[in-house]
Design a protein. Structure first.
Length: 584
């Protein structure tokens, strides 16, 4: 510890023993003058509550790894917390893999708060013990994150995430070498496999390319935005690998820029408002399809221009219906034996549309759900592969898709070029993506869904809301109806309860650290309430799963809207609990 006369004063400045200790640790350990100065300034100005917020809690692994705003403090992303996380991860890997020293770790990063990396967010198995991706994906520019991948290429899940956190907490004091930036440049262990990985990835794309000859002749034009992220070069290469002419890039958003100057939030899921530059460019270029990848290029948004000069921006669930149909259609074309269907799987997170379940019931393949977060899908892919099964498509409703199983994670690059091939095939038959979506619903039943959220920044309020739901009319009783419709089943993965199972035990893993309750109503609506793993939100997902032949869309939409509003008002009580409703 440095001999600093002011340090002793600072270490006892607030009168809160726990906070003073945390301040002292920060000032002692942080060698970054900028973030160290932030804490010293807060202390000098007497901002005790802000110091508590920054220093008295730590980041934990959510659905997308460690993610927080960038800034000084143990609760935020900065040099010190990255060093602490990496030290803990190193110790965990050294314990888990005897040959860790020779296997190493793959590290990638996107454009956030640094120069363009030339490295997209896809993960490949190089025989490494683990991987780290430094990214906050589609979060605002103030955020960053630290996603950890296991040796099988999938994001870590329980119990490994909890074990790593334990090792992090035991490795908080930085090793003396941790601040020596020259070590990474001089280490003989360091190498950059980007070129060979990119080549291997483009080769692997052949496994989901089914109509190359048609692609080479396609007159269809595409516009692509990489949202100031790292997707541009890889989407261009993927199109060439499929035989297409490259898509037209949005020039203002083509190159990596951590400030995201053309969008307030670099999330293509927000729809037409954030796709403005892409849509206007497509209109000028007479391009029918817009593709948009988020900054780390693992998610994909798609819009289609109709003959009525209207843009249709597909939801994640609608895109999943199209991609699921496409992957199944081509799998059946290359596997004419129906018996092969017994080893085919499609996967979706439990808050996503049940459209793949409807496919499976008619077509005869297997469908399984996982907890929210692609880490659970990646884990399930690995389990199924070990028993000789094949996952041909997986998705989460927040525009995350995996076509095939090249990498056990969502992949916006491969999804973009697969959408392009599907669109080219359909347009060659004088059919649009939207028309094909309607055809799918006619055959498998209309699946109309809505997703939204309320903001709640008080953890005690969130706890009170979900406690009330679990004791709605009496102790340990859940609601019996919503919007005038009887609730048939309740599944609560926080407590492990599922009334649809003979033993009332949840099939999905129990997740006590987050809140999630699903209601299945008598009229076919499925509704889920859950807390976000990365933001102060209570999310709600509702879907009307209509049987084939029921095609009065307006009445289905009206019924879904009615039940959704009732669910929010009756169960969340936004006004009473001072919840902030999503702005429209």
């Amino acid at each position: 510890m440095e001999n600093n006369g002011d340090l002793e004063l600072n270490c006892h400045a607030t009168g809160d023993t726990r906070l003073d200790k945390a301040i002292c640790q920060w000032i002692t350990w942080d060698k970054n003058p900028r973030t160290r100065a932030q804490i010293e300034a807060l202390l000098q100005d007497g901002h005790v509550e802000e110091l508590r917020r920054r220093l008295l809690s730590r980041m934990t692994f959510g659905t997308a790894g460690l993610r927080a705003a960038m800034g000084a403090g143990f609760a935020l992303i900065n040099d010190l917390t990255i060093i602490q996380s990496t030290q803990g991860m190193y110790k965990f890997l050294a314990r888990s893999f005897p040959d860790f020293g020779s296997r190493g770790v793959v590290v990638g990063f996107d454009t956030r708060a640094q120069e363009a990396s030339g490295c997209n967010s896809e993960r490949y198995w190089l025989g490494a013990a683990a991987g780290v991706m430094v990214t906050a994906s589609h979060n605002p520019k103030e955020d960053n994150g630290y996603k950890v991948y296991w040796h099988n290429g999938a994001q870590i899940s329980s119990p490994n995430d909890k074990e790593i956190l334990k090792f992090i907490e035991e490795s908080l004091e930085p090793w003396s070498e941790s601040w020596d930036e020259s070590l990474s440049d001089s280490s003989p262990l360091r190498r950059d496999p980007l070129r060979e990985i990119c080549h291997a990835y483009m080769e692997d794309l052949n496994s989901v390319c089914f109509h190359r000859e048609l692609n080479t002749k396609s007159p269809l034009k595409f516009v692509h935005s990489s949202f100031h992220g790292v997707g541009h070069n890889y989407v261009q290469q993927a199109f060439r690998a499929f035989g297409f002419s490259p898509p037209i890039p949005v020039p203002e958003q083509k190159d990596p820029d951590p400030n995201f100057p053309t969008v307030s939030c670099p999330n293509p899921e927000e729809g037409e408002s954030v796709l403005e530059l892409s849509l206007r460019l497509a209109e000028r270029e007479n391009a029918k399809i817009v593709l948009a990848t988020d900054p780390d290029a693992d998610r994909l948004a798609v819009a289609e221009h109709s003959d009525q000069c209207v843009w249709k921006v597909f939801t994640g669930n609608e895109l999943a219906a199209l991609l699921g149909w496409w992957m199944l259609f081509n799998w059946k074309e290359t596997h004419p034996c129906q018996a092969d269907m017994g080893r085919v799987y499609m996967l979706a997170t439990t808050v996503s549309s049940k459209i793949l379940k409807a496919f499976a019931q008619i077509e005869g393949f297997h469908f399984e759900e996982t907890l929210p977060g692609f880490k659970w899908i990646g884990k399930k892919i690995h389990e199924l592969a070990k028993t000789g099964n094949e996952v041909i498509f997986a998705f989460e409703e927040s525009i995350g898709f995996l076509c095939g199983s090249m990498v056990p994670d969502k992949d916006g690059v491969s999804a973009a070029v697969v959408v392009a091939e599907m669109a080219s095939y359909l347009y060659n038959k004088n059919q649009t993506l939207h028309q094909q979506l309607q055809n799918i619903f006619e055959v498998y039943g209309y699946h109309i869904s809505t997703t939204s959220y309320v903001i709640c920044k008080e953890p005690l309020t969130v706890k009170r809301i979900f406690t009330r739901i679990r004791n709605f009319e009496d102790e340990n009783t859940y609601p019996k109806s919503s919007g005038g419709h009887r609730i048939m089943h309740v599944r609560d993965v926080t407590t492990g309860y599922d009334s649809s199972q003979p033993d009332n035990r949840c099939v999905l893993p129990v997740t006590k650290s987050s809140q999630m309750i699903t209601f299945t109503l008598q009229n076919g609506i499925v509704a889920t309430l859950r807390t976000s793993g990365t933001e102060p939100k209570i999310k709600f997902y509702t879907e009307f799963c209509a049987p084939p032949g029921k095609s009065d869309i307006s009445s289905l939409e009206e019924e879904l809207k009615k039940v959704t509003n009732a669910l929010v008002e009756e169960f969340l009580e936004p006004d009473k609990n001072n919840l902030i409703r999503r702005s429209t």
